[in-house]
Design a protein around this ligand. Structure first.
Ligand code: COD
Ligand code: ZN
Length: 365
């Protein structure tokens, strides 16, 4: 079949909106008509030439839509179902899946840019086009693995639900699943973009106190307060680590989350934790720079750890987050700066890069 997609041919060149070929729908595939697709900083990293991604590629990974067709062996969804895309497809049988860590499933075949089975389904004039993040959702349609199609209730607006697939999963998951923040624990969150704000609301839900938000932009810190931050630090004006220490009476925080993807801020986050504290790195540093820490400080039982997709078990977490949203206990609407069309993707990247947007949500035709 043919569909319209935004294709990245070369780093830092505008994405081209064009007709591409999509298919075939193989046995374990689900064809989704994309309704809404959020614009996240990870897409922007690839746009800027992040190592390891083959081009040309269709970006976009924070999406929701309606199932149009399913492969011969698919049982968990059927045409007409509403789904949110899970970026971490899983087999359910490998050692990681069996231990509950489906977000680490070992069975994905093929290098980055390929679907779960190691193949691709996109092409243009005989030339292969790759899929970002197991989906490629800046398009009117996407083919994903069955385990990436998480059914949701039909009364939930898809133009809101799409953000569950990345911003909420990565952010709330980092707080609640990876870090397992408990009531009364202190946290610092470096970076208050779409994902960072969700770390903040995840730690709020977990009962953390204080919740210290750090960013360079006053507009982001204003949002951070709306999402549950009890203190804010403008790192363009003052030394973030010094201020965290003042707020915590020189103890440091139980958890510091880095949600930017920069070596300097990972170092700052690590320096902000107390003895036995944990530094949780959510952001991906786009190049191969190395991190340096003073090993002696580890003797205070400090931990530095990463998180894969907020340790999200999508079939359980997506409906849970959407229930909490429908009850008014999690915010999604406030993350959306504007709605736009697929054709507006290049302006949406510009707005994200210049701090003018938390999330632009692209509505497909
Ligand atoms: N100090 C403080 N704040 C800073 C600094 C700094 N030196 N530099 C930038 N910031 C702030 C910006 O002002 C902005 O508010 C925020 O950091 C970054 O936010 P966004 O909106 O640009 O980015 P997000 O929230 O969409 O994405 C951030 C990630 C770190 C998650 C993303 O870039 C990333 O690394 N993703 C890969 C990891 C991952 O889990 N991917 C799965 C799908 S996202
Ligand atoms: Zn994302």
């Amino acid at each position: 079949m043919k569909t319209t997609a935004a294709v990245l041919y070369q780093p830092r060149t505008p994405l081209k909106i064009e007709e591409v070929e999509l298919g075939p729908v193989k046995d374990e595939d689900v064809l989704v008509r994309i309704v809404a697709s959020g614009v996240c900083h990870s897409d922007l990293h690839v746009y800027h030439g992040q190592e390891g991604w083959p081009l040309p590629m269709v970006l976009g990974h924070e999406a929701a839509g309606v199932v149009e067709e399913v492969g011969a062996t698919v049982r968990s969804v059927r045409p007409g179902d509403h789904v949110v895309i899970n970026l971490a497809p899983f087999c359910g049988r490998c050692e990681d899946c069996a231990s509950g860590k489906i977000y680490l499933c070992e069975r994905k075949r093929g290098p980055a840019g390929h679907l779960y089975d190691g193949g691709t389904r996109l092409a243009k004039g005989g030339r292969r086009i790759y899929h970002y993040a197991n989906c490629a959702a800046y398009a009117n349609h996407a083919i994903i693995h069955e385990s990436s199609a998480i059914p949701i209730a039909k009364h939930i607006p898809l133009e809101k639900a799409c953000l569950v697939g990345c911003a909420l999963a990565a952010g709330i998951g980092a707080a609640m699943n990876t870090a397992k923040v408990a009531p009364g624990q202190s946290v610092a969150v470096f970076g208050c973009g779409g994902v960072g704000l969700n770390v903040i609301q995840g730690t709020r839900l977990a009962g953390a106190s204080p919740i210290i938000a750090i960013d360079l932009l006053e507009s982001k810190l204003y949002k951070a307060r709306e999402f549950g931050a009890t203190e804010t630090i403008d790192a363009s004006q003052e030394d973030a680590v010094k201020r965290v220490m003042e707020i915590t009476r020189n103890r440091g925080v139980d958890f510091a989350f880095e949600v930017i993807g920069r070596v300097e801020t990972i170092q700052q986050a690590y320096q902000s934790i107390r003895a036995s504290g944990k530094c949780v790195v959510v952001g991906v540093v786009a190049d191969s720079s190395e991190l340096s820490i003073v090993p002696r400080t580890l003797l205070q039982e400090k931990t530095i750890m990463g998180t894969r997709y907020g340790s999200t078990r999508a079939p359980r977490d997506f409906p849970l987050y959407l229930d909490l949203y429908m009850q008014g206990r999690l915010k999604i609407d406030e993350l959306i700066t504007r709605y736009a069309k697929l054709e507006d993707i290049n302006e949406a990247f510009h707005a994200l890069e210049h701090g003018e947007a938390i999330r632009t949500v692209l509505l497909m035709e």
